[in-house]
Design a protein around this ligand. Sequence first.
Ligand code: SF4
Length: 227
Amino acid sequence: MVTPKSRVLQYDSVLIQRGELLNVAAVCPKTRALGPGWRSAIWVQGCPFHCAGCISPEWTTFQPAHSINPVELASTLLADPEISGLTFSGGEPMQQAAGLANLARKARQQRPINIITYTGYKLEVLKKGIPDRSVFKLLDETDVLIDGQFISALNDNRGMRGSSNQRVHYLTGQLKDFNFEKAPRLSEVQVLDGQVLMVGVPEEYLLQAFYRAMWQLESLPLQLVKK
Ligand code: SF4
């Protein structure tokens, strides 16, 4: 978990509901694998969907992870002048829409950036105010929404979405020239605060190789891993 200068606070579900706190699974301060340009990615903890083959099942359970003030997080992530956008994923961003909208708003007060949000909900459902009305705030801050649950059988290894049923909605004019459905998939392996993280939308073979490597690493004696 990367929290440079962002304090990890006490978990408080009321503050999370009000958008004054985020329950964050992980943060990647700098990546090129989740949209155009240099971006920061934030994965929130907890998702109500149970997609078979979900790449991050450990982030789907609703449990306290890292409680972070969204305003502080915005300042931390934008301290790097090369960051031109934020990507929200999870877990399910729409379950913490108020906090992510606060983060986006605060970031935009500092400089113009673009926002990409991945969600398992379909846009038509979100427009009904589901799971709650704060989704409207996050939709207002989102330039590109990639919606729909992951369906393993429809993973065509193409584009910056997990499966071909997931749709790309350009909610504003920003990023309209970037073709998320045809862009080559990018993945990065990053070591963040001692944790190995695969960032991006990996091709199937790469994901399997990553899992195998991690499994082998965990099977090695500790002394060997440390060397
Ligand atoms: S919506 Fe995304 S995070 Fe949630 S279970 Fe499906 S793939 Fe995993």
